[in-house]
Each structure stands twice: as C-alpha cells, then as structure tokens.
Design a protein around this ligand. Structure first.
Ligand SMILES: [Zn+2]
Length: 372
C-alpha cells in the first residue's frame, strides 16, 4: 500500500505493519506497560501517538540509508514498512565495501541520534507526564532498534557492515557473503535456542517472537547466499555464452528412417531440422507416435516435426537467466537458440543450466581472476 513520497522515494506500508500498529498500541496501553500509571483515556491516546512517532522514526532510519546510498550514486525505489521494521529497496548494489558499510551504518546511527534527542527532550524540557513517558519510551525503542539492527545477521544492517568488513579484508565479495551467511546461521540459531528457552519458561509471546525473528534471519541468509551464488554471476551471462553448439541436425528432405538412425547414432532424443542454417523445426522421439502406422521410409520428417513457428526459442543475445526461466516454464528439455538472422546457433538444455550454474559458482568463489 503506497502512502506517500519523500525525496523522490515512494513510501509503502505492508499490511503486516498495521497489525503491528494495533498490537503495539494495545500492548503499550495495557496494564503492565510504560504508560500503566496514566489514566486510561490518556493511556490509549499516548500509546497510539507513541507508535505513530515510532513509525516516523523507522522511516527516518530508512531515509538515512536511502540518502547515504544516493551519495554513492545509488537510487532507492521505495521504502516499505513491514512487521520487522522498514526496508529500502536500492536500485543497485554498493560496489565497494566502503559504500556498503556507510549506507548500512547510516540507519542505526540515525536511530541512536533519535534516541538521544528523545532522551534529551524528555529530561530537559518540562513536558507533561504522558509526553515525557512517551519520549522516554521512544528513546528506549530507538536505541533498541539501532542496536538490534547492528546484529550481524541477514537482512539486518549489521550483516552488511560485517559483509563490508570481510569484503574489505579478503577482497572477495562472494566469499564475504558466504561468511556473512554463516554468521547469519549462527545468530539465527542462537535466536532459535533463546526462543525455545523462553517458550519452555512459559513466556509464550517473546518465545514465538524470537522464533519468528530467527526464521526471518535464516530465510534471508539463505536468499542472500543463493543470490550471490546463482543470480549475480548469471546476470553477466548471455545465452550465447552458455548454449551448447548444434551437434547433429537433419536436412529438410530427410525421411523418418534417417531421423531415427541419426538419433540412435548420436544418442540425441531431439534433433533440429534445418535448411540453409535456418531452423525449420524439431523432431523428438515422441514425435514418432505421429507416424500412425506409416512406414518410416515413406514419411518425411517434416510431417512429424514441430514447426519452428510453434517452438519456444531463445535469442542468443538474451540474458542466460531469462532463457533458464523459459526452459523451466516449458515442457521441453531443450530450447533452440537463434541468432538475429533466425539461424540456429545452439541449444539451451537442462544440462546447460546445471553446468553453467556450477561454473558460475566456482568462478564466484575464486573471485576475479587477473588477466596478467
Ligand atoms: Zn536499517
């Protein structure tokens, strides 16, 4: 749900935040809470105002990330508030450890500064009892927000600070991500244990909350690792870089007997039918069912093949990842690769995908290889 724009950045709110708003207002205005000593009506209003201010503080935290990112030439598409706080979606990634560290630190730093301001105002300015309580509460929550976000676990800010330090030290971004993902598992695992202890002690709410946070961290760590190992290296690959060359093909005039012989000889379950390098169609073993009693010698391969126009094909210049997605979404085990003149230049198969993933992964772990 979009609710505003600031500095050219779209502000969004996830429905889960509305639940948090309700829950926090309700729990804050409840009996064992910071506002318990206030009269009932004041209590609910103060709690609601405090939670709304907290909401503004979370936006300020995220804006600090976004504006620091902007200094490094990285735009922020949107800021979304959801159950665990806020998240800024940067349009690109920081390309140096320094940028990553500063962008990540800006948020918690802002939260700490806000905590100090609330604390100072509450203790210096003579405000009413309700306002002072609310401000002390906001000081406490902002300090907590800053500290919690510094934990070295994905997707928290601390994970990126940790990642930036490891990246700076070993000069390998992918390996730094591996370390940080491992750190995330450790922190997430500690939260799981902590949560279990809380649950065993009968503290249901905090126990469930800790388990939820643990699940959130472990899932984010897994996602970061997969992104680093698979998506990032694949972004640079084109279809033409990964495609298998055309091993065997059939001429347009071939009959089905020749097609079958060629398949058996080459161990290919599918063969392209080409004329002048141009793809006319594909014939697979399954297509022989279309013979319907006709003799292999008498039937032209063109009578059973799938015509090029009906095939899902990929362009050689397309990003490899897009081709892999097409392959995953199609029922075929291979997709023909065509160049700009519709000439068949190769195939993308499931084997191609696995091979290039493994290659990308290994290359990523080695880091940039110098040409010298
Ligand atoms: Zn943050």
């Amino acid at each position: 749900m979009q609710f505003g724009r600031i500095f050219g950045i779209t502000l969004r709110i996830d429905w889960s935040w509305l639940i948090v708003f309700g829950l926090m207002t309700w729990s804050l205005s409840g009996a064992p809470g910071p506002f318990a000593h206030l009269p009932e009506r004041t209590r609910i209003v103060t709690a609601a105002i405090a939670v709304l201010l907290l909401f503004a503080c979370v936006i300020a935290h995220e804006l600090a990330h976004a504006l620091t990112a902007r200094r490094f030439g990285i735009d922020t598409a949107s800021i979304t508030l959801f159950v665990f706080g806020g998240v800024s979606s940067l349009r690109s990634e920081p390309n140096s450890p320094r940028a990553e560290a500063l962008i990540s630190l800006a948020g918690p730093l802002t939260s700490f500064v806000l905590a100090l301001i609330f604390f100072a105002v509450a203790s210096v300015v003579r405000v009413g009892d309700a306002a002072a309580t609310a401000m002390l509460y906001l000081a406490f929550v902002n300090a907590l927000l800053g500290a919690f976000n510094l934990l070295p676990a994905y997707p928290l800010d601390g994970s990126h600070v940790f990642h930036a330090i490891v990246w700076h030290v070993n000069k390998n971004r992918a390996r730094a991500t591996g370390f940080t993902a491992g750190m995330t598992r450790a922190v997430g695992g500690a939260f799981v244990l902590f949560g279990i202890l809380q649950l065993a002690g009968g503290y249901l709410v905090s126990g469930v909350w800790l388990e939820l946070l643990a699940w959130f961290m472990l899932r984010a760590g897994q996602a970061e690792w997969q992104y680093e190992m698979i998506l990032r290296p694949m972004q640079a690959m084109r279809v033409v870089d990964v495609a298998d060359p055309v091993g065997a093909s059939l001429p347009l005039k071939a009959n089905c007997q020749a097609a079958l012989d060629r398949m058996i000889a080459t161990q290919h379950r599918a063969l392209p039918v080409v004329s002048n390098d141009e793809l006319s169609g594909m014939v697979t073993l399954a297509d022989f069912a279309k013979l319907d009693g006709r003799a292999l010698d008498d039937a032209a391969v063109t009578s059973i093949m799938t015509r090029a126009a009906d095939l899902v094909s990929v362009a050689a210049s397309e990003p490899a990842f897009a081709a892999f997605q097409k392959l995953a979404n199609s029922s075929h085990s291979q997709l023909p690769v065509l160049d700009e003149h519709a000439h068949l230049v190769g195939f993308v198969t499931r084997d191609t995908v696995i091979r290039s993933l493994l290659f990308a992964r290994e290359q990523q772990m080695l880091g940039p290889i110098s040409r010298r």
